[in-house]
Design a protein around this ligand. Structure first.
Ligand code: CAA
Length: 240
């Protein structure tokens, strides 16, 4: 039986590329989304991948979403925590709302979703968790104290969870993508983007599919010895 794989933020960008690659690799891919109904509808029509709407920043909604998927498809065995937002601004201008929303969704979302699936993974003695961090969680980024903190937090969270899951064949790994061709990166002001690209040795943005192939590697049945790692996929921008 093909494993059930949930990808949060799975109807656009890195999440969509991951969902499609997992589906074409024989997994039962399921995508979560929040707010972007039009994208979700188009994605579902094009791929046939089931889509479920909830806010990963909300604990109860994550519990309900995971339970609904378990009832309709089976328990989630592979979880890709990809959903995330940016609310950029220098600290002296950052509002509490900008801080909290990024921490609650980008870091809190990892907790909420992992908490919603960990018990069934422990029972099954199988699980693959991939948390999408960011190069900016490793290097820090001007204008992103909130996002850099959340994405660095994701890496610590992943390492602790890897220790807890190890004896039950539940792996937890992080991927730290660099600047990738997505709507999130498209929103970066042009001058800032020119500076950023000048510091990417390969001289271009990454493509969502280039991150997706790393997720696939980490979720395979025979990837059980790879746990607690952070895989940098950033065109050489930052070498941790
Ligand atoms: N390093 C040092 N100084 C910088 C700088 C940098 N990288 N960028 C800007 N500055 C300077 C400016 O030159 C300016 O200096 P002066 O005041 O002396 O003229 C000053 O900082 C501007 O500061 P402000 O507080 O006024 O900033 P702002 O309101 O103009 O906007 C910003 C700042 C919102 C951070 C804007 O520069 C920006 O959006 N930058 C891009 C941030 C970014 O990379 N976000 C990534 C989003 S994609 C993503 O996160 C995905 C992923 O995982 C990779």
């Amino acid at each position: 039986m093909s494993h059930i794989a949930l990808i949060t933020g799975g109807v656009t960008g890195i999440g969509a590329a991951t969902a499609k690659l997992l589906q074409s690799s024989g997994y039962t891919a399921i995508a979560n989304y929040y707010g972007n109904q039009e994208d979700a509808k188009t994605f579902h029509e094009e791929t046939g991948i089931p889509v479920y709407e909830w806010n990963v920043g909300n604990f109860e909604e994550c519990q309900d979403g995971a339970a609904k998927i378990a009832a309709e498809h089976g328990p989630i065995e592979i979880l890709v925590n990809n959903a995330g937002i940016t609310r950029d601004g220098t600290l002296h201008k950052m509002t509490e709302e900008q801080w909290r929303s990024v921490i609650d969704i980008d870091l809190g979302g990892c907790f909420n979703m992992c908490r919603a699936v960990i018990e069934s993974m422990r029972e099954k003695r199988f699980g693959r968790i991939v948390n999408i961090s960011s190069v900016n969680g490793l290097s820090g980024q001007f204008g992103q104290t909130n996002y850099s903190a959340a994405k660095a937090g994701v890496i610590g969270f992943t390492k602790a969870l890897a220790l807890e899951g190890a004896r039950r064949n539940i792996t937890a790994n992080a991927i730290a993508p660099g600047y990738t061709h997505t709507t999130m990166v498209d929103a970066v002001p042009e001058e800032a983007m020119d500076d950023i690209l000048a510091n990417v040795p390969v001289g271009r943005l990454g493509e969502p599919e280039e991150i997706a192939r790393c997720v696939l590697f980490l979720v395979e049945d025979d990837a059980g010895f790879v746990t607690g790692s952070t895989l940098s996929v950033n065109g050489g921008k930052y070498m941790a």
